[in-house]
Ligand binder design. Structure first.
Ligand code: AMP
Ligand code: GLY
Length: 425
């Protein structure tokens, strides 16, 4: 099978690494890819926003499956336009991608299908939003309705902070994404990410992970795309996984099909494990980044057949087997991130660092400059390791980080802390 992967981050390097191991694979292309992905795929300068161009590439190269990594092409309808030409795609339709693209869309599905989630209200004007906040009191959560690159959410400790966040949204801080505001009850508990595949009618649970969103040690500082992750999430017991499937995932798959927008692709549920059980914080319609990096390290089975079955509607009866080992990834970011990252610094020592037992270094924002690997983005490398415990995976990952010579790079030093505390008890 010939496969085209869309994307250029650490998530796509992880997907390329895993897909490249498939005995089913004849050839892998990646658009646009990165220097790490280039070890597993032919990287091509195909513009993912040119849907007709992507379709032409697929037809002339006999592509049997397109795997879309990030959400933006899905929200833009790439999967729909390729399917209309008879090309198999792993990824959600434009309508189903609203599960990620609009918080209010997801909340309305939750209301229709009785899916446990935070109480909420949606507003298109600041007076209504502020009146609701004043009636509910703090803490309370204010969210721009649309895609805001992970920056549109404020967990407000006071009514004043919530009102300031409402003003920020309606003043255009998030552009069109902030034209509507969703206000939610602040849920208390531990967060976990749950990944599932769905072909529109069937759901296949994959596994769980936890990430670290804040830039600084001790979960401090501004939010980022994720500074590290580990899988599985110890908080997600088998009983909680079963409840999540029954109370959240199945009703989502059924509700989307009933709405005429069957969900195909990967459903990434952000969960809050509250005293009353798992509640949905949000959906994403793609693999997490860097959660994907830890998922593929733990996946025993071939990934390609399940991606294809998801795309073709033949997921029923399939299973995926996982290594018992824990996987943990440490993100190395460029100085300045999540603000303006310092680009261009030369990175050395990757081969030595990646040679360690059960260690894989995935490239995110890297480029080639005069034969060297250089930093070319905010999150640059995902140093990923397996271990029998979270502590062991953590020690291996940080030992590899030590061997990387990159003056502008930094990472958190406490990835996995919550799970490691659990292991100690
Ligand atoms: P989101 O972009 O919706 O995932 O929100 C970003 C982060 O804000 C989440 O990972 C949570 O830590 C927090 N958050 C979002 N919604 C809520 C909520 N209703 N209650 C508590 N925390 C929340
Ligand atoms: N790591 C969080 C995300 O991919 O959304």
């Amino acid at each position: 099978m010939k496969v085209l992967l869309i994307g250029s981050g650490g998530r796509e390097h992880a997907l390329a690494w895993k897909i490249a191991q498939s005995p089913m694979l004849e050839k892998l292309w990646c658009a646009p890819g990165n220097p790490g992905i280039a070890a597993h795929a032919e990287c091509i300068g195909l513009d993912a926003s040119d849907h007709a161009g992507v379709a032409r590439f697929c037809t002339s190269n006999g592509i049997g499956l397109v795997v879309v990594g990030p959400e933006a092409p899905l929200v833009a309808g790439l999967a729909d336009d390729l399917r209309a030409k008879g090309i198999a795609v792993f990824g959600a339709s434009k309508e189903a991608a609203k599960l990620e693209g609009s918080k209010a869309y997801t909340k309305e599905l939750c209301a229709r299908m009785n899916i446990p989630t935070a109480r909420w209200g949606r507003f298109d004007n600041s007076a209504g939003a502020k009146a609701y906040v004043e009636a509910q009191g703090a803490p309370i959560v204010v969210k721009a309705d649309g895609l805001a690159a992970g920056k549109g959410v404020t967990v407000a400790e006071t009514v004043e902070a919530a009102c300031a966040a409402i003003d920020e949204c309606f003043d255009g801080a998030f552009g069109a994404a902030g034209a509507e505001v969703v206000i939610e009850e602040c849920m208390i508990g531990e967060e976990a990410s749950f990944f599932c595949l769905s072909d529109g009618t069937t759901a296949l649970p994959l596994t769980t992970a936890q990430d670290h969103k804040r830039v600084g040690d001790g979960d401090t500082g501004p939010n980022t795309g994720g500074m590290g992750a580990y899988s599985p999430a110890p908080v997600m017991t088998p009983a909680l996984v079963e409840r999540t499937m029954a109370e959240i995932i199945w009703p989502t798959v059924e509700g989307m099909a009933a709405a005429g927008a069957p969900f195909t692709g990967v459903l990434y549920a952000g969960l809050m494990i509250t005293g009353e059980g798992p509640k949905l914080i949000e959906y994403n319609v793609r693999f997490g980044d860097p959660e994907c990096q830890v998922l593929v390290m733990r996946m025993k089975d071939d990934l390609l057949p399940v991606l294809l079955a998801t795309a073709n509607g033949s997921l029923a009866g399939m299973t995926v087997d996982w290594h018992d080992d824990v996987a943990l990834t440490v993100v190395m970011a460029a100085a300045g991130y999540p603000g303006t990252p310092k680009k261009g610094g030369i990175i050395r020592g990757l081969e030595v660092a990646g040679a360690g037992e059960d260690v894989v270094i995935f490239h995110a924002g890297t480029a080639r400059g005069n034969g060297d690997i250089v930093a070319n983005g905010g999150r640059v490398l995902d140093v990923t390791a397996l271990g029998q415990t979270v502590s062991e995976a953590r020690d291996r990952a940080y030992a590899a980080v030590e061997k990387i010579d990159w003056a502008d790079g930094f990472c958190r030093t406490d990835i996995g802390w919550r799970a490691i505390e659990r292991e100690r008890n």
